[in-house]
Design a protein around this ligand. Sequence first.
Ligand code: 13P
Length: 338
Amino acid sequence: MDVQTLAETARQLVADGKGLLAADESTRTITKRFEKVNVESTARTRRDYREMLFTTDGIGDFLSGVILYDETIRQEGKDGTPLVQHLTDKGIIPGIKVDTGAKPLAPSGLEKVTEGLDGLRERFTEYREMGARFTKWRAVYSVGHGLPSRQCMRANAHALARYAALAQEQDIVPVVEPEVLIDGDHDIAACRAATERVLAQVFAELDEQQVVPEGMLLKPNMVLSGKEASNQAGPDEVARETIAAFKRVVPAAVPGIVFLSGGQSDEQATLNLDAINRWKDEMGAPWELSFSYARALQQAPMQTWAGDNDNARQAQQAFLARARATSAARQGRYTAAA
Ligand code: 13P
């Protein structure tokens, strides 16, 4: 493990004005998203769609890295250029999702635990040779009557930390993603309490597994009202609650926090990230506060593309517009017209 290499890559991933695109949907997940825009999901349509995103002119101004799925890191574009090369040509760092999904947690199956540790060392070796320099593992937690349980938090924290240690062993920066889900009618205080408990457990376990904080990134939810809550907190409250929660539990040595969009609307994800960055200095947040969005960057271009490569240019414009707005928000400079 070379701590300096890890720390340098982590810092590049949260460079000023830049953030991550999560384009690592599993085949099952992207198939569901394609269904919504009436696109058949085949290796070819998935390749065409992602090639469209990665070849967008100017996207390297806003993206430092892209998280890929196993199928994509092995794919070539229409002219035979590996998709990874399209990214590296633009100075974008390739990353790889390595978890194999959230599965029912025994014995009740009410909550989930993320799997994928078996054989992970060997998979990292192969992905490194293919150009991956960072990686992602996502755990999910529901909020509600007694949830998330201590059992669920401990099981997921342990797996996240084992994953992160294996990544750092091979100089691959782990993005550690504990996501407290937006689903439910809970208020923002309940989200904050769950987020603090989850993160405290995650960082205790990361420390136990000797993960170096300088060489990782945290990918959390923002502290939000539940999606069905009658009273929805606005961006300033979201920003203050989010930063206050993280200050209690996230070490200052972690170089950056890259938020997921988690089912917020495009506009909400942008306004909230903007507010978080506007409050950053006043609240004394020591980390870079950036993004690692899937839906809030891809919804618009996927709808425009809709499976027809003749729409590619227009879809790229929609993608660039979303990336530009999100980059502005990452600097606390978003205005609805940006
Ligand atoms: P969303 O931004 O759509 O939440 O996706 C981020 C992600 O990578 C979830 O694992």
